[in-house]
Design a protein around this ligand. Structure first.
Ligand code: ATP
Ligand code: MG
Length: 582
């Protein structure tokens, strides 16, 4: 049975009032009027910041919450500082098309340098501050970056691989410098606040990001300046940003969400954003929602599950009355998480779907349409999403297959860096094939089934891990679950679950049986996990996604391959021990 949340009392008139009507009539050309083409050329940084200076120069663009201090920046200030940084790069000989990478924690210099790079016409690359030397080397080597901006702490990791990076000419350091390093602070002091922004054509390259590496080695996905058109309209329609909102995107700009919805989309809408430098901490997060009176919050299932694990009493200690809209992306959002949102915030969490490659949100739950729990929502106006079989032929509603998008759309990736073969492999007929499996229902809602590689084939049936994981986390003892197919001589594969228990629960044979019975009652008989392993934590990418391929390799006893994108490599040994005991 489908569980539906109809939203009666929205705290504000949504920007996209009538989804169905807009879906029918919308043409991308209409959005161009919301963006300035800047003398017929389009620069995403200009559109995000500089064009607002005249009317909204004194409006706060960024509230920054550091470990021990806070800062704030108006749109004018960001415009001026990013101009300065563009001058710093120009003095170093950076030109249009060069790659300039950023390896910084979430400090203001990250945001300023990102905008500055775009202003020169160079391609900005971002790297999450938790990367180790291998992750940094892979990305800098592959992209052939000429300049890296980092800080006096993180640079130590860069020096471990410095001599394997012959193309890297300059290191700009925030903080103390040595020898031939360039000081960010000194250069910024000297640089002029005036800069003639490069008039890039809409299809010129703007930024590149490596994917999360959930299914293999990360790919260098490149995006063009016009992607801001899509980021602008989705920030308005999906995140529902209004002029007076205070908005918090919890994603790091090392991932596409942190660029598209932590920088370009919201600022293009002249929105005040909050950036928190620190790591996840339930109390701190609630205190930020309270302190800054956050009204719109964009986060991820992994964070929501961690907040759930911290208990329902904690949020009651904070005044969260300004919060009016919550969105989530990155992994499937289990229905239990939405029910929890209703309970503690009195707000549903709006799931939406997209990928590094798509550059912007493509399928979403909009404020103005009912939420069907467990569904990713409906395609964005201007986007045609379908389900196709492996030959690229469209499948009817209710049939599971490859989620595919009619190509192109404004924020579609333009290249997998130096890998045209990989790029071409995404397309079949006129469809961009996402690599995810899904189905759509009679109302055009899309339902995520799993990544194509993660599908479990048991006794002739196909089972998506998401539905089993969602049933598992409905159980009161379970925080998180990762489900895979384990080879079995009789059934081909059996469903095998790795589960993390809440603090107050202990693994036992009885609990295992109880969980199996619990899932059996909720899903088709064959879909319950025949084997359960209780683990302390699941392997996750640094962007917080469960890496099922590693769980599979662990049970097969195979080589793990590249684990540079793993956030918690220490969990591997622990899972091995659990498996050995079983
Ligand atoms: P890699 O491509 O390197 O394996 P990745 O696919 O995790 O890594 P991203 O581009 O960060 O890299 O993630 C996009 C993927 O995340 C989607 O293809 C999908 O599998 C998953 N995803 C994102 N949002 C959702 C959602 N709302 N529901 C279900 N899955 C989602
Ligand atoms: Mg992917």
């Amino acid at each position: 049975m489908q569980e539906i949340i109809k939203k009666k009392s929205l705290k504000i008139e949504p920007n996209l009032k009538n989804y169905d009507e807009m879906y029918k009539k919308f043409k991308w050309g209409e959005v161009k009027d919301e963006i300035e083409w800047f003398d017929t050329k389009l620069n995403a940084a200009y559109n995000a910041v500089d064009r607002h200076v005249k009317k909204h120069g004194n409006k706060i663009a960024l509230y920054w919450e550091g470990e021990n201090k806070t800062e704030k920046y108006t749109f004018s200030k960001l415009s001026e500082l990013s101009n300065k940084f563009a001058n710093v790069l120009t003095r170093l000989g950076i030109k249009k098309g060069d790659r300039v990478f950023i390896f910084l924690p979430r400090i203001p210099a990250l945001y300023i340098s990102f905008l500055g790079i775009l202003k020169t016409g160079a391609i900005a690359g971002t790297m999450f501050a938790a990367f180790g030397p291998q992750g940094i080397k892979d990305r800098l080597q592959d992209s052939g970056a000429k300049v890296l901006i980092t800080d006096s702490e993180l640079k130590k990791r860069v020096y471990e691989i410095r001599n394997e990076l012959p193309k890297l000419k300059h290191l700009i350091i925030v903080g103390e410098t040595e020898k031939e390093e360039i000081s960010y602070e000194e250069e910024m002091k000297k640089a002029s606040p005036e800069f003639e922004i490069e008039k890039t054509s809409p299809k010129d390259y703007a930024f590149m990001l490596y994917t999360s590496g959930t299914t293999g080695k990360p790919k260098g996905v490149v995006h063009v300046h016009q992607s801001i058109i899509q980021e602008h309209i989705t920030a308005k329609w999906v995140l529902d940003l209004h002029e007076d909102d205070i908005y918090w995107c919890t994603a790091d700009p090392g991932w596409v969400t942190g660029v598209a919805y932590g920088i370009l989309g919201p600022w293009s809408n002249t929105i005040t954003s909050v950036v928190f430098e620190g790591r996840f901490d339930a109390e701190k997060w609630y205190s930020i929602l309270e302190k800054y009176k956050i009204s719109v919050w964009y986060t991820a299932p992994t964070a929501i599950r961690m907040l759930m694990a911290a208990g329902d009493e904690l949020p009651k200690k904070y005044d969260l009355s300004n919060l009016r809209h919550i969105c989530s992306v990155g992994e499937p959002l289990n229905p239990e998480a939405i029910r929890w949102g209703m309970k503690v915030f009195n707000l549903p969490i709006h799931d939406n779907w997209w990928q590094t490659e798509t550059g912007g949100i493509l399928i979403a739950n909009y404020p103005s349409i009912p939420i069907k729990l467990g569904s990713m929502g409906k395609p964005l106006p201007g986007i045609k999403a379908v389900i196709v079989n492996n030959q690229g032929n469209e499948l009817p509603e209710g049939k599971e297959g490859n989620l595919a998008i009619k190509s192109p759309w404004p924020s579609m990736m333009c290249e997998i860096w130096k890998n045209p073969k990989k790029y071409n492999s995404y397309f079949k007929k006129n469809w961009y094939i996402t690599g995810d499996l899904a189905f759509k229902d009679k109302d055009d809602y899309f339902w995520f089934v799993g990544r194509a590689d993660d599908i479990i084939k048991t006794a002739g049936e196909r089972i998506g891990p998401f539905e089993v994981e969602s049933a598992l986390v409905d159980h009161p003892a379970i925080v998180e679950a990762g489900v895979i197919g384990k080879p079995d001589p009789m059934r081909g594969e059996i469903v095998k679950a790795f589960v993390v228990l809440k603090k107050d629960y202990k693994p036992s044979k009885e609990l295992e049986e109880e969980i199996k019975e619990f899932v059996k009652k909720r899903l088709a008989g064959h879909a319950y996990p025949r084997e359960i392993s209780f683990v302390e934590s699941l392997p996750k990418t640094r962007s917080g996604k469960v890496v099922r391929r590693l769980l599979k390799k662990l049970i097969l006893g195979e080589e793990l391959g590249d684990i540079s994108t793993l956030a918690n490599p220490e969990c591997i040994e622990k899972i091995k021990q659990v498996l050995q005991k079983q």
